[in-house]
Design a binder for this molecule. Structure first.
Ligand code: S5P
Length: 278
Protein backbone atom coordinates (compact mmCIF):
# COMPACT_ATOMS: atom_id res chain seq x y z
CA UNK A 1 0.00 0.00 0.00
CA UNK A 2 1.50 3.39 -0.96
CA UNK A 3 1.92 5.94 1.85
CA UNK A 4 -1.11 8.13 2.47
CA UNK A 5 0.55 11.40 1.55
CA UNK A 6 1.01 10.21 -2.05
CA UNK A 7 -2.69 9.34 -2.47
CA UNK A 8 -5.57 11.59 -3.46
CA UNK A 9 -8.11 12.67 -0.86
CA UNK A 10 -10.68 10.48 -2.66
CA UNK A 11 -8.46 7.40 -2.44
CA UNK A 12 -7.85 8.07 1.22
CA UNK A 13 -11.59 8.46 1.94
CA UNK A 14 -12.00 4.81 0.96
CA UNK A 15 -9.35 3.73 3.48
CA UNK A 16 -11.06 5.33 6.47
CA UNK A 17 -13.81 3.76 8.53
CA UNK A 18 -14.30 6.58 11.07
CA UNK A 19 -17.35 8.47 9.72
CA UNK A 20 -15.94 11.94 10.49
CA UNK A 21 -12.61 11.25 8.76
CA UNK A 22 -14.34 9.72 5.75
CA UNK A 23 -16.80 12.61 5.45
CA UNK A 24 -14.03 15.19 5.74
CA UNK A 25 -11.95 13.58 2.98
CA UNK A 26 -15.01 13.24 0.74
CA UNK A 27 -15.93 16.89 1.33
CA UNK A 28 -12.39 18.02 0.53
CA UNK A 29 -12.51 16.12 -2.76
CA UNK A 30 -16.05 17.24 -3.68
CA UNK A 31 -15.36 20.93 -3.01
CA UNK A 32 -11.72 20.88 -4.10
CA UNK A 33 -10.91 22.61 -0.85
CA UNK A 34 -8.48 21.67 1.92
CA UNK A 35 -9.26 24.97 3.65
CA UNK A 36 -10.63 25.12 7.18
CA UNK A 37 -11.60 28.58 8.38
CA UNK A 38 -11.20 29.22 12.10
CA UNK A 39 -13.97 31.61 13.13
CA UNK A 40 -12.67 33.30 16.27
CA UNK A 41 -15.15 36.15 16.78
CA UNK A 42 -17.08 37.17 19.88
CA UNK A 43 -20.49 38.14 18.51
CA UNK A 44 -23.13 35.74 17.22
CA UNK A 45 -23.97 37.91 14.22
CA UNK A 46 -20.32 38.20 13.12
CA UNK A 47 -19.86 34.47 13.61
CA UNK A 48 -22.76 33.60 11.31
CA UNK A 49 -21.84 36.28 8.76
CA UNK A 50 -18.25 35.07 8.43
CA UNK A 51 -19.39 31.44 8.10
CA UNK A 52 -22.04 32.24 5.49
CA UNK A 53 -19.44 34.20 3.52
CA UNK A 54 -16.61 31.65 3.57
CA UNK A 55 -18.88 28.57 3.50
CA UNK A 56 -18.64 27.87 -0.25
CA UNK A 57 -14.82 27.77 -0.11
CA UNK A 58 -14.20 25.48 2.89
CA UNK A 59 -14.30 21.80 3.80
CA UNK A 60 -14.43 22.55 7.51
CA UNK A 61 -15.38 25.36 9.89
CA UNK A 62 -13.45 25.51 13.14
CA UNK A 63 -15.16 27.10 16.13
CA UNK A 64 -14.27 28.24 19.65
CA UNK A 65 -17.84 28.28 20.85
CA UNK A 66 -16.83 29.53 24.32
CA UNK A 67 -15.65 32.84 22.78
CA UNK A 68 -19.17 33.83 21.79
CA UNK A 69 -20.56 36.36 24.28
CA UNK A 70 -24.20 36.19 23.25
CA UNK A 71 -24.33 32.41 22.78
CA UNK A 72 -27.73 30.76 22.77
CA UNK A 73 -28.59 27.16 21.80
CA UNK A 74 -30.37 28.36 18.64
CA UNK A 75 -26.96 29.43 17.32
CA UNK A 76 -26.10 25.75 16.89
CA UNK A 77 -29.22 25.29 14.76
CA UNK A 78 -28.08 28.19 12.53
CA UNK A 79 -24.60 26.67 12.34
CA UNK A 80 -26.05 23.31 11.31
CA UNK A 81 -28.19 24.99 8.65
CA UNK A 82 -25.10 26.71 7.22
CA UNK A 83 -23.19 23.41 7.31
CA UNK A 84 -25.89 21.85 5.14
CA UNK A 85 -26.31 24.90 2.88
CA UNK A 86 -22.58 25.15 2.11
CA UNK A 87 -21.56 21.49 2.57
CA UNK A 88 -18.90 21.69 5.28
CA UNK A 89 -18.10 19.83 8.51
CA UNK A 90 -17.73 21.39 11.96
CA UNK A 91 -14.69 21.21 14.24
CA UNK A 92 -15.01 22.60 17.78
CA UNK A 93 -11.46 23.46 18.80
CA UNK A 94 -12.05 22.67 22.49
CA UNK A 95 -8.52 21.44 23.30
CA UNK A 96 -9.67 19.14 26.11
CA UNK A 97 -6.94 18.50 28.68
CA UNK A 98 -8.42 16.91 31.81
CA UNK A 99 -9.07 13.45 33.29
CA UNK A 100 -11.31 11.06 31.35
CA UNK A 101 -14.41 11.53 33.52
CA UNK A 102 -14.23 15.32 33.36
CA UNK A 103 -13.65 15.57 29.61
CA UNK A 104 -16.53 13.16 28.95
CA UNK A 105 -18.81 15.58 30.84
CA UNK A 106 -17.32 18.68 29.18
CA UNK A 107 -17.81 17.06 25.77
CA UNK A 108 -21.39 15.83 26.29
CA UNK A 109 -22.92 18.34 28.68
CA UNK A 110 -22.81 21.95 29.88
CA UNK A 111 -24.24 24.83 27.89
CA UNK A 112 -22.57 23.85 24.63
CA UNK A 113 -23.14 20.05 24.34
CA UNK A 114 -20.26 19.89 21.87
CA UNK A 115 -20.59 16.20 20.96
CA UNK A 116 -24.10 16.77 19.62
CA UNK A 117 -23.02 19.03 16.77
CA UNK A 118 -19.25 18.96 16.29
CA UNK A 119 -18.05 16.26 13.89
CA UNK A 120 -14.46 16.69 15.04
CA UNK A 121 -12.87 17.94 18.23
CA UNK A 122 -9.35 17.93 19.68
CA UNK A 123 -7.45 17.19 22.87
CA UNK A 124 -4.06 17.74 24.40
CA UNK A 125 -2.31 14.42 25.00
CA UNK A 126 -0.88 15.70 28.31
CA UNK A 127 -3.13 13.58 30.62
CA UNK A 128 -2.19 10.36 28.77
CA UNK A 129 -4.44 7.78 27.04
CA UNK A 130 -7.29 8.17 29.57
CA UNK A 131 -8.33 11.39 27.85
CA UNK A 132 -9.03 9.42 24.67
CA UNK A 133 -10.96 6.78 26.62
CA UNK A 134 -13.12 9.49 28.22
CA UNK A 135 -13.84 11.36 25.00
CA UNK A 136 -14.43 8.25 22.90
CA UNK A 137 -17.03 6.99 25.39
CA UNK A 138 -19.12 9.97 24.25
CA UNK A 139 -17.94 10.59 20.68
CA UNK A 140 -17.45 7.15 19.17
CA UNK A 141 -21.14 6.08 19.38
CA UNK A 142 -22.02 9.37 17.63
CA UNK A 143 -19.53 8.78 14.80
CA UNK A 144 -17.27 11.64 15.87
CA UNK A 145 -13.50 11.95 15.40
CA UNK A 146 -10.69 13.26 17.60
CA UNK A 147 -7.46 15.07 16.75
CA UNK A 148 -4.55 15.07 19.18
CA UNK A 149 -2.41 18.20 19.48
CA UNK A 150 0.96 16.65 18.65
CA UNK A 151 2.60 20.01 17.91
CA UNK A 152 1.62 23.67 18.18
CA UNK A 153 2.24 26.65 15.93
CA UNK A 154 3.39 28.99 18.68
CA UNK A 155 6.90 30.20 19.45
CA UNK A 156 8.43 28.19 22.31
CA UNK A 157 5.85 25.38 22.17
CA UNK A 158 6.65 22.50 24.54
CA UNK A 159 4.93 19.97 22.26
CA UNK A 160 8.11 18.72 20.60
CA UNK A 161 10.42 15.69 20.63
CA UNK A 162 9.35 12.82 22.88
CA UNK A 163 6.04 14.56 23.74
CA UNK A 164 5.10 14.53 20.05
CA UNK A 165 6.24 10.91 19.71
CA UNK A 166 4.09 9.85 22.67
CA UNK A 167 1.11 11.65 21.15
CA UNK A 168 1.52 9.62 17.98
CA UNK A 169 1.80 6.37 19.95
CA UNK A 170 -1.38 7.22 21.85
CA UNK A 171 -3.16 7.82 18.56
CA UNK A 172 -1.96 4.51 17.11
CA UNK A 173 -3.47 2.67 20.06
CA UNK A 174 -6.91 4.30 19.42
CA UNK A 175 -7.26 4.42 15.66
CA UNK A 176 -11.04 3.99 15.73
CA UNK A 177 -11.55 7.41 17.33
CA UNK A 178 -8.30 9.35 16.83
CA UNK A 179 -8.38 10.38 13.18
CA UNK A 180 -5.29 12.54 13.16
CA UNK A 181 -3.34 15.43 14.59
CA UNK A 182 -3.03 19.12 14.92
CA UNK A 183 0.59 19.38 13.86
CA UNK A 184 2.99 21.27 11.64
CA UNK A 185 4.09 18.30 9.48
CA UNK A 186 3.16 14.70 8.65
CA UNK A 187 3.58 12.33 11.56
CA UNK A 188 4.42 9.23 9.47
CA UNK A 189 7.27 7.38 11.10
CA UNK A 190 7.26 9.58 14.22
CA UNK A 191 7.63 7.41 17.34
CA UNK A 192 9.04 3.93 16.71
CA UNK A 193 6.22 1.61 15.76
CA UNK A 194 5.53 -1.91 14.67
CA UNK A 195 2.76 -0.51 12.47
CA UNK A 196 4.08 0.12 8.99
CA UNK A 197 3.55 3.79 8.22
CA UNK A 198 1.95 2.67 4.93
CA UNK A 199 -0.90 1.13 6.90
CA UNK A 200 -1.86 4.21 8.85
CA UNK A 201 -3.38 7.36 7.48
CA UNK A 202 -3.70 10.03 10.11
CA UNK A 203 -5.04 13.36 8.93
CA UNK A 204 -2.86 16.37 9.69
CA UNK A 205 -4.68 19.66 10.19
CA UNK A 206 -2.36 22.62 10.45
CA UNK A 207 -2.96 26.04 11.98
CA UNK A 208 -0.54 28.93 11.78
CA UNK A 209 -1.20 29.65 8.10
CA UNK A 210 -0.97 33.11 6.58
CA UNK A 211 0.00 34.61 3.23
CA UNK A 212 0.51 38.23 4.25
CA UNK A 213 2.12 37.95 7.69
CA UNK A 214 4.68 35.73 9.44
CA UNK A 215 3.12 36.02 12.90
CA UNK A 216 1.34 38.16 15.48
CA UNK A 217 2.43 39.94 18.66
CA UNK A 218 1.38 37.02 20.88
CA UNK A 219 3.62 34.23 19.63
CA UNK A 220 1.60 32.94 16.69
CA UNK A 221 3.78 31.92 13.71
CA UNK A 222 2.50 31.69 10.13
CA UNK A 223 3.63 29.64 7.17
CA UNK A 224 2.22 29.66 3.66
CA UNK A 225 -0.14 26.97 2.29
CA UNK A 226 2.70 25.82 0.00
CA UNK A 227 5.07 25.35 2.95
CA UNK A 228 2.37 23.51 4.91
CA UNK A 229 0.81 21.27 2.25
CA UNK A 230 3.57 20.79 -0.32
CA UNK A 231 6.73 20.95 1.79
CA UNK A 232 5.43 19.53 5.08
CA UNK A 233 2.80 17.15 3.65
CA UNK A 234 -0.12 18.36 5.79
CA UNK A 235 -3.72 17.76 4.72
CA UNK A 236 -5.81 20.74 5.81
CA UNK A 237 -4.81 24.38 6.26
CA UNK A 238 -6.49 26.21 9.14
CA UNK A 239 -6.77 29.96 8.57
CA UNK A 240 -8.39 32.55 10.82
CA UNK A 241 -7.46 36.23 10.80
CA UNK A 242 -5.70 35.92 7.44
CA UNK A 243 -9.18 35.62 5.92
CA UNK A 244 -11.48 37.85 7.99
CA UNK A 245 -9.17 40.18 9.95
CA UNK A 246 -10.88 41.14 13.20
CA UNK A 247 -14.18 39.65 12.04
CA UNK A 248 -16.39 42.63 12.78
CA UNK A 249 -17.38 44.96 9.96
CA UNK A 250 -16.98 42.10 7.54
CA UNK A 251 -16.68 43.26 3.96
CA UNK A 252 -18.22 40.30 2.19
CA UNK A 253 -16.34 40.72 -1.07
CA UNK A 254 -12.95 41.02 0.60
CA UNK A 255 -13.55 38.00 2.83
CA UNK A 256 -14.83 35.96 -0.12
CA UNK A 257 -11.78 36.91 -2.16
CA UNK A 258 -9.42 35.96 0.68
CA UNK A 259 -11.19 32.63 1.24
CA UNK A 260 -10.95 31.78 -2.44
CA UNK A 261 -7.28 32.85 -2.47
CA UNK A 262 -6.42 30.49 0.40
CA UNK A 263 -8.58 27.68 -1.05
CA UNK A 264 -6.74 27.94 -4.35
CA UNK A 265 -3.27 28.12 -2.78
CA UNK A 266 -4.03 25.08 -0.60
CA UNK A 267 -5.36 23.09 -3.53
CA UNK A 268 -2.51 23.96 -5.90
CA UNK A 269 0.00 22.90 -3.20
CA UNK A 270 -1.83 19.55 -2.83
CA UNK A 271 -1.90 18.94 -6.59
CA UNK A 272 1.80 19.73 -6.75
CA UNK A 273 2.50 17.19 -3.98
CA UNK A 274 0.46 14.46 -5.63
CA UNK A 275 2.08 15.12 -9.03
CA UNK A 276 5.55 14.91 -7.50
CA UNK A 277 4.85 11.62 -5.76
CA UNK A 278 2.80 9.75 -8.36
O1 S5P B 1 -1.01 25.07 17.48
C1 S5P B 1 -2.08 25.62 17.29
C2 S5P B 1 -3.29 24.92 17.43
C3 S5P B 1 -4.48 25.56 17.13
S1 S5P B 1 -5.91 24.61 17.10
N1 S5P B 1 -2.12 26.92 16.88
C4 S5P B 1 -3.30 27.57 16.60
O2 S5P B 1 -3.26 28.74 16.21
N2 S5P B 1 -4.51 26.90 16.76
C5 S5P B 1 -5.80 27.59 16.53
O3 S5P B 1 -5.86 28.01 15.17
C6 S5P B 1 -6.03 28.83 17.38
O4 S5P B 1 -6.73 28.51 18.56
C7 S5P B 1 -6.84 29.73 16.45
O5 S5P B 1 -8.22 29.44 16.63
C8 S5P B 1 -6.45 29.31 15.05
C9 S5P B 1 -5.44 30.23 14.37
O6 S5P B 1 -5.99 31.49 14.14
P1 S5P B 1 -5.24 32.61 13.26
O7 S5P B 1 -6.14 33.79 13.33
O8 S5P B 1 -3.89 32.86 13.89
O9 S5P B 1 -5.10 32.03 11.86
Amino acid sequence: MPPAYSLTYAQRAERHSNPAAKALLETIERKKSNLCVSVDVAKRADFLRVIDTVGPYVCLIKTHVDIIEDFEPALIERLNELSIKHDFLIFEDRKFADIGNTVALQYSSGVHKIAQWSHITNAHPVPGPSIIVGLSSVGLPLGRGLLLLAEMSTKGSLATGSYTEEAVRMARAHRDFVIGFIAQRRMDGVGASDVSSDEEDFLVLTPGVGLDSRGDSMGQQYRTPDEVVFESGCDVIIVGRGIYGKGNDVDTQTVQAQAERYRKEGWVAYEKRIARLS
